[in-house]
Design a protein around this ligand. Structure first.
Ligand SMILES: [Zn+2]
Length: 484
């Protein structure tokens, strides 16, 4: 039998039936990823397997480094095929690492390749894949079509012009490509030089001067509105833990003014300013009915030497052991108190916090909105079979699995769409097992909607992104629509 076969990860007959009948054909709503809108807009055609698969993938670099591969084959200037060979030689050493599954699932779904990747098969696979990468079916837009991706939400800085999103919206592309508002740089008063450079970009983007905190907030609000006008319905924040050091406007304004003059905020001041800004962003999101995403718990840039050499996001991050509960509850509560808590998805990185996060959801019900605070899918180091099962089990035990908005790729690569398939197989395998053990009724009326909803429909409904799933044609204003 081929390694990636029809019932890969599906261990019971019921699991296979649930997957093939209900999950497999649902479209994909990839509401959080790091794909380049420029690549989609220009319909990038990838020259070779290195460009689409290895170029920016720190998961693979980590495995290669762990396998003793020198840095020049990961991020260095070694020619693409040699880098690919170094990766291929590493693959047999990734047995039981999720990379082994992802690698072969991706080769199968993009190129129909069943051969296992190793040093010996590398040249054949390179050739076969590259031939197909030259076809329109595997251009950036071709890939979105093949995987039935109805919407992609990219991750964007508030100062971004969104020119590619605007061009894509005006094009006939059936996939909606929407921005996400990620204002992490607005909190960096502890690093005045990059902070002030960023404020300058903000001034240009908002077309106004920023002389004090009030104008800073005005400029950010103007960008929030601009993002909204361009279809944005989500924000995102990457934080080690929530900010919950509440301070007055006066204090925040003073911290801002000092940073503008070049004086770095102390850790306490930065936390106060961060709290002030996160409350501000919460209000903006609530006002526009956006969904806020909080990615909490990463311990980043742990290797100073290699950070200096290679920059951030190159594979030197870990799961952090920050205390999460008190600050997360205090932040959500502060917004709730002023009736300004937006729909919120909380993603945690430390599996020890799974139950903590899952018990946070029920504290902030939506008064008519199902699962207003959501527990995000297994993220980063937890984006694998075991991590997904932990997340699904925590959510099942302490919340409502049936209301879960499901999976995201959270990826920089166009080769990551099979992550949704992987997740759906894990989900159907869990449910199928429970059915066969008699712990869930074998009732189509119950199981079919739950599975379809988690795969796609909950996300579409919860995120309330305009016209997702109705195709490009429906977006063009018609006479009938204008008359209403
Ligand atoms: Zn992300």
């Amino acid at each position: 039998m081929k390694f990636i076969h029809e019932n890969f990860l599906l261990h019971t007959r019921t699991a296979a039936r649930l997957y093939h009948q209900y999950a497999e054909a649902e479209p994909i709503f990839d509401y959080h990823c790091h794909l380049s809108p420029q690549d989609i807009g220009e319909n990038r055609q990838f020259k070779n397997l290195f460009e689409i698969w290895l170029e920016g993938d720190h998961y693979k670099w980590r495995a290669m480094r762990a396998n003793g591969v020198p840095e020049r084959y990961c991020t260095g200037t070694t020619p693409p095929f040699e880098k690919f060979q170094a990766w291929a030689a590493t693959v047999p050493h990734t047995l039981r690492n999720p990379l082994y599954h992802w690698t072969h699932l991706e080769l199968k779904r993009y190129f129909g390749i069943d051969e296992l990747l190793d040093e010996e098969s590398a040249a054949r696979i390179w050739k076969k894949a590259n031939e197909q990468l030259a076809t329109p079916e595997l251009s950036a837009q071709g890939i979105l079509k093949r995987f039935k991706v109805v919407a992609v939400c990219t991750t964007d800085d508030p100062t971004d012009t969104l020119e590619h999103h605007r061009a894509l919206a005006a094009s006939g592309l059936p996939t909606r490509v929407l921005p996400t508002f990620r204002p992490d740089k607005a909190l960096a008063v502890h690093q005045p030089a990059p902070f002030n450079a960023w404020v300058k970009r903000l001034e240009r983007a908002a077309d106004m001067e920023v002389r004090d905190l009030v104008q800073f907030l005005e400029a950010l609000q103007a960008r929030h509105e601009y993002f909204h006008a361009n279809g944005c319905r989500l924000s995102d924040h990457g934080l080690s833990q929530c900010y919950a050091d509440f301070c007055s406007v006066k204090t925040a304004a003073a911290i801002f003014a000092r940073a503008r003059r070049g004086r770095a905020a102390s850790p306490v001041e930065q936390a106060q300013f961060g709290t002030f800004m996160m409350l501000f962003f919460g209000r903006l999101d609530a006002d526009k009915n956006w969904t806020k995403q909080l990615h909490l718990g990463a311990l980043r840039n742990n290797n100073e030497r290699l950070l200096k050499q290679l920059g951030p996001d190159t594979g030197f991050d870990s799961i952090g052991d920050f205390p999460q509960g008190t600050a997360l509850a205090a932040y959500l509560n502060a917004l709730e108190r002023e009736r300004a808590l937006p729909k919120t998805i909380i993603y945690n990185l430390n599996p020890a916090d799974n139950y903590l996060f899952a018990t946070m959801l029920g504290n902030f019900p939506g008064d008519g909105i199902a699962a207003k605070v959501q527990m995000g899918s297994g993220w980063w180091f937890l984006d694998q079979k075991e991590g997904m099962e932990w997340q699904l089990n925590a959510l099942s035990n302490l919340g409502l699995l049936s209301r879960f908005v499901g999976m995201v790729t959270d990826s920089r690569s166009f080769m990551s769409y099979p992550r949704h398939e992987y997740f759906r197989r894990v989900l159907c395998n869990l449910i199928g097992r429970d059915v066969e053990q008699g712990e869930l009724p074998n009732d189509q009326k119950l199981l079919e909607p739950m599975i379809r909803n988690i795969c796609y429909r909950n996300a579409r409904q919860y995120l309330a992104v305009p016209e997702v799933g109705s195709g490009a044609k429906a977006r063009k204003p018609t006479t009938r629509r204008r008359a209403r």
